[in-house]
Design a protein around this ligand. Structure first.
Ligand code: NAP
Ligand code: ZN
Length: 374
């Protein structure tokens, strides 16, 4: 076992104003150590739309202080004697948006989800990498930080060939769209739509192509991201605020749509009309204020399926990383120093990233001077 005299410090949201760039740097108490755990010295952490929803208590009251960040990459510095996955000190690893599930430990019956490798769908216990509570009562703190402690089942090795800044962004943003694309049969012969070209949306374009989709169409509000979308591999682009005929022109052309919009101000009924009969719309974006009401007719008349999807399991993350290596999937990531995390949150809220930010830990010496101690 390595020395354990390191400090867990990070950017803490103390109340909803944190989402306005008011996180403060401070020390926090990780979950009490268990021998199934791993400690990670964080080198990189992606900035996800969910971080903002949580910082501002958009999905319900957040348990402050809260350190967000669930696209964590770093090096293992401590491994429990009962850790799984063959993890060793020094390994380059990642943790996505979930860091524990019931793992069959709750109740006398086995857990169907955990036993079948669908831990992300565990209905008994889903511990988010931040703002969650572990079975031993400890709080989960995310990756805008120096160190992370996570149950080993949710720690994945990062394959060589993917730089850490890119791998980080895939651990939530990538797998959240990869998993439903795969599950709903994205493959040669299919036409796929992507609503919203933000972090998740840009991954959806690249993974749909990597899975062999014939045609990928981006459905964005304005045309300013069109050139980028085509560079990412999209075949067509719809700007809903600018082309008044879009819903008619493109009606009935898609087999599968991945909806990533983070707000409910969206023309959902018209999106559904883009599907062929028996098509599927998968909502992954999670607006604070729910989804808009929709007409029943596209569902009825075309036998459509309207569904959702939550992140991905550790095995989904592994297979996504494998595909990313094989197909050389290169997300568009801007590296930002960890000390500028507040600005990163403001930029994401303003829709500025093109298309994902990854915070890089080059040390936070200059913010530690004004840190808080909990
Ligand atoms: P993001 O980078 O901010 O992208 C969100 C996109 O939504 C924007 O780029 C924008 O695309 C579109 N949008 C449509 N209407 C909007 C509006 N009124 N205001 C702002 N954006 C609007 O965020 P992200 O990291 O990709 O996350 C997207 C959503 O997925 C968030 O709600 C996040 O919490 C959720 N999420 C869900 C899961 C899951 O497991 N289901 C996992 C991670 C994240 P255009 O500009 O192209 O229109
Ligand atoms: Zn996320």
């Amino acid at each position: 076992m390595a020395a354990t005299d390191y400090k867990f410090e990070g950017w803490l949201g103390m109340d909803a104003s944190a989402a306005e760039g008011k996180m403060v740097w401070g020390e926090f108490e990780p979950k009490a150590w268990e021998e199934t755990d791993v400690d990670i010295k964080i080198t990189h952490c992606g900035v996800c739309g969910s971080d903002i929803h949580t910082l501002r208590s958009g999905w319900g009251p957040t348990s402050y202080p809260c350190c967000v960040g669930h696209e964590i990459v770093g090096n293992v510095v401590r491994v429990g004697s009962k850790a799984v996955g063959g993890l060793k000190i020094g390994d380059r690893v990642g943790v996505g948006a979930q860091s524990d599930s019931c793992q069959g430990r709750k109740g006398p019956d086995p857990c169907e989800a955990c036993d079948s490798g669908n831990e992300n769908l565990c209905q008994r216990m889903h511990v988010g990498t931040y703002n969650g509570v572990y079975m031993n009562g400890g709080k989960s703190y995310g990756g805008y930080a120096t160190y992370n402690r996570a149950p080993s089942r949710f720690v994945v090795k990062i394959p060589e060939g993917i730089p850490s800044a890119l791998a980080a962004s895939m651990l939530c943003g990538g797998v959240t769209v990869y998993t439903p694309l795969k599950f709903h049969g994205c493959a040669p012969g299919k036409s796929v739509g992507v609503v919203g070209l933000g972090g998740l949306g840009h991954f959806a374009v690249m993974f749909a192509k990597a899975l062999g989709a014939d045609k990928v169409v981006v459905v964005s509000r304005a045309s300013d991201k069109k050139e980028d979308a085509l560079k990412m591999g999209a075949d067509d682009f719809i700007a809903t605020d600018e082309d008044k005929d879009w819903a008619k022109t493109h009606a009935g052309t898609l087999d599968l749509i991945i909806g990533t919009a983070s707000s409910n101000r969206m023309p959902m009924t018209q999106y559904l009309n883009l599907l062929r009969f028996d098509g599927t719309f998968v909502q992954v974006g999670a607006p604070d204020d729910g989804l808009p009401s929709i007409s029943a007719f596209p569902l009825i008349q075309k036998r459509l399926k309207l569904t959702g999807s939550l992140i991905g399991s550790p095995s989904d993350i592994r297979s996504m990383l494998q595909l990313a290596v094989e197909k050389n999937v290169r997300p568009w990531v801007t590296e930002i120093p960890m000390k500028d995390a507040n600005q990163a949150i403001l930029d994401l809220d303003a829709g500025k990233p093109r298309y994902r930010y990854t915070l890089v830990n080059e040390g936070c010496e200059d913010v530690q001077a004004s840190s808080v101690k909990l």
